[in-house]
Design a protein around this ligand. Structure first.
Ligand code: NAP
Ligand code: MG
Length: 495
């Protein structure tokens, strides 16, 4: 099956120009930058390198469409139909989009087609269907007053996203931003711009008016910053590292005080209690929690907190499970871990592994670069035992398939270790005891606590972080409609 997909990959013609005001255009400077295939290290395509001037044109187009009302003032059901059509088109093109994503990002093509794409499509449909089902409010008032609390779109929303789940994150932002009637300018990650550009072509086909959705490709320090400081961008939605998230707060403070939403990094605990009944299930969830997506996942369960009594049995089964996660070429049938995004990132992970060893953790699996003969960037499942929570590998986000194992004795100790981090994005807990499940779920300071599974839930629940994992709101669920809207009070006296 994957051999067939590989054949198809060779026939794909990449879209490499920025999408501004309904047209695919070169950067005004004419400059381009390379995007590589991380499974081979070879150049895939040259992409338009936008700069401040291109961002100005895109924001002007978005502002114009917003003020003209071609999208912002459309009847809600008209926006719904256009977005449902977009979701259908993404579904029709899921295979091609998945192939493009795998080539550009290095993830297994099966994951791209069967996990990323369905997720993105579901988000678009969910947002579209909610459009004409979210009602505004009236408040209790005296009989000579009519009070209305209405949601209004914010205006031009800027979006800056990372490379790990390019289309799901794009859809997670774009779905509610468009549903609430805003116009948008998106900067994809420099490493993975291709799928966003192909997605833009589908926006056009779906009949979303020119200028409502714009994609400016380029680098963070130039294109991303230009969006962050732009006086006509009224809201900036960012997903990426905590470090870069801080920049966006500064950009806002130094420009027009735009609303900023940050979805940032994590160092999530996976807690396993002695009383777990189905060890194999827990093992599979813990493995998927750190290995899915090459471990390049913001909510990855990168710290395994294991109770002493179950440790020996659990670790034996866990290492057997990890061994099933075959590392390989993304277009190979048995591959479950593909290539890491780029050489620099692989070197960063390897340096964390060295640090783990130097600080006294015990490497019991993996820890090396694999398949270097391919020219690609691969590291297999890696496990450190005897980790203490003050070690660098327990505190910093590694963003690779590296698990740090920490042993504990009591529930109180587990909670204390779980919360001893600057992050608070996700967490998971495995226990057969209802009381422990509720007590720990309440005590953990994280946006999501999944019990007896590793999960971020579905579209119906909010996603985002406590502490330095997030700021300014949550993604997904009906709550997101408030975040991409302004609340307006209309207070009428009946005279
Ligand atoms: P990143 O380095 O923060 O980059 C994210 C985006 O910000 C990219 O588009 C990047 O542009 C841009 N950027 C970089 N420097 C900038 C600057 N000075 N001004 C404006 N924009 C700038 O993150 P990443 O390496 O792509 O992704 C990994 C990180 O994302 C991890 O920390 C992970 O936890 C986090 N993440 C969080 C979530 C969540 O929902 N909480 C989801 C996924 C990932 P370039 O293209 O030039 O790099
Ligand atoms: Mg690439």
């Amino acid at each position: 099956m994957t051999a067939e997909l590989k054949k198809k990959s060779q026939a794909i013609e990449f879209i490499t120009k920025a999408y501004i005001d309904g047209k695919f255009v070169d950067a005004l400077s004419g400059k381009t930058f390379e995007t590589i295939n991380p499974a081979t290290g070879k150049v895939l395509a040259n992409i338009a390198e936008c700069d401040k001037e291109d961002v100005d044109v895109a924001v002007a187009a978005a502002k114009r469409t917003f003020e003209e009302g071609v999208w912002s003032k459309l009847a809600p059901k008209e926006r719904k139909y256009a977005m449902l059509k977009l979701a259908d088109l993404v579904e029709e093109n899921a295979e091609e989009l998945g192939i493009i994503e795998s080539m550009d990002n290095g993830k297994p093509v099966a994951d791209a087609i069967h996990a990323d794409l369905p997720d993105a499509i579901e988000t678009l449909r969910w947002s579209a269907e909610a459009i004409d089902k979210v009602y505004d409010l009236t408040s209790p008032t005296a009989s000579d007053i009519v009070s209305m609390i209405v949601r209004k779109p914010i205006g031009v929303v800027g979006v800056v996203i990372p490379w790990n789940f390019p289309l799901p994150i794009l859809a997670m932002k774009l779905g509610p931003i468009l549903a609430t009637g805003n116009s948008v300018v998106i900067k994809p990650a420099e490493q993975t711009s291709l799928s966003a550009l192909h997605f833009a072509a589908l926006c056009d086909k779906a009949g979303i008016p020119a200028g409502v959705v714009n994609i400016v490709t380029g680098f963070g320090e130039t294109t991303g910053k230009a969006l962050g400081v732009h006086p006509d961008v009224e809201c900036l939605s960012f997903t990426g590292s905590t470090e870069v998230g801080r920049y966006f707060l500064r950009y806002s403070a130094d420009s027009n005080l735009k609303k900023v939403m940050l979805e940032l990094g994590g160092k999530s605990p996976a807690i396993v209690m002695d009383d777990v009944k189905d060890i194999q299930h827990a093992v599979e969830q813990v493995a998927a929690g750190i290995l899915f997506g090459q471990g390049e996942n913001c909510s990855a369960g990168s710290r395994l907190l294991i109770q002493r009594g179950i440790k020996e049995r659990f670790m034996k089964a866990l290492l057997e499970e990890f061994a099933k996660w075959t590392v390989g070429e993304p277009f190979s049938d048995d591959t479950r871990i593909g290539a890491l995004i780029e050489e620099k990132h692989m070197q960063r992970i390897l340096s964390y592994i060295e640090k783990g060893k130097a600080e006294g953790a015990r490497l019991i699996m993996g820890g090396e670069r694999l398949l270097s003969e391919t020219g690609g960037y691969f590291i297999g499942p890696t496990v450190f035992d005897d980790v203490t929570n003050d070690m660098t590998i327990a505190q910093e986000e590694i963003f690779g398939p590296v698990l740090s194992v920490i042993t504990f004795d009591t529930v109180e100790e587990a909670i204390s270790i779980a919360n001893d981090t600057i992050y608070g994005l996700a967490s998971s807990l495995h226990t057969n005891d209802l009381t422990t499940a509720h007590q720990v779920a309440r005590a953990i300071r994280a946006g999501t606590v999944s019990v007896n599974c590793f999960s971020e839930g579905d579209q119906s629940v909010p996603f985002g972080g406590f502490k330095q994992s997030g700021f300014g709101g949550r993604e997904k669920s009906i709550h997101i409609f408030d975040q991409y809207s302004e609340l307006k009070t209309i207070w009428i006296q009946l005279v």
